[in-house]
Design a protein around this ligand. Structure first.
Ligand SMILES: [Zn+2]
Length: 143
C-alpha cells in the first residue's frame, strides 16, 4: 500500500480505493476519538510534529517534508491551533501527497503539485478520516 506511486491525479473512485486500502493498513491506529496523528504517521515509519510553519500570519496549515534518510515528516502548524480532529485530517491530507513521490533518500516528487492534487488529497483525507469513526467531516479545505 505505501509503495503506491502516482504519476497523475487519480479519479474519485481510485481515490476512495486508495483511502480504503490505507485505512486497512492503519486500522490499528485509526481508532476513533483516541486516534493520534503521531501514531498514524508512526505506523508508516514517518515522523510527526506540531510546530511553527512560516510567519505568525501564515495560512499554511500543514506540510509533508521529505527526509534525507527516507520517509517523511508531517508538520502541522501549531500557530493555527488545530483541533485534534483537524490535525488528524491534515495528517491524512499530507499522507495523500506522499503518493506523488518516489522512495529514496530523500523521496523525490514525481510531478509538480497542482490544484487537482490538492483536491485529491482533500478527498483522500475525507475518506480516510471517515473510516475513523468518532471523527466528523472536515470543516475546511487546505492547500
Ligand atoms: Zn496539500
Amino acid at each position: 500500500m505505501t509503495e503506491t506511486r502516482l504519476c497523475q491525479v487519480p479519479t474519485a473512485r481510485q481515490t476512495w480505493s486508495l483511502a480504503d486500502a490505507m485505512a486497512d493498513v492503519l486500522s490499528d491506529v485509526l481508532c476513533g476519538a483516541s486516534a493520534r496523528p503521531g501514531d498514524v504517521v508512526g505506523a508508516l515509519g514517518w515522523r510527526y510534529r506540531e510546530g511553527v510553519i512560516g510567519s505568525a500570519d501564515s495560512t499554511v496549515e500543514s506540510l509533508l517534508v521529505p527526509l534525507l534518510g527516507g520517509g517523511f515528516s508531517v508538520v502541522v502548524n501549531a500557530q493555527r491551533s488545530p483541533s485534534p480532529a483537524r490535525a488528524l485530517w491534515l495528517t491524512a491530507h499530507e499522507i495523500g501527497h506522499s503518493f506523488f513521490y518516489v522512495p529514496g533518500t530523500p523521496p523525490r516528487r514525481i510531478i509538480a503539485v497542482t490544484p487537482e492534487e490538492e483536491r485529491f488529497c482533500d478527498e483522500f483525507a475525507d475518506r480516510l478520516t471517515a473510516a475513523n469513526r468518532g471523527f466528523a467531516a472536515p470543516v475546511a479545505r487546505v492547500a
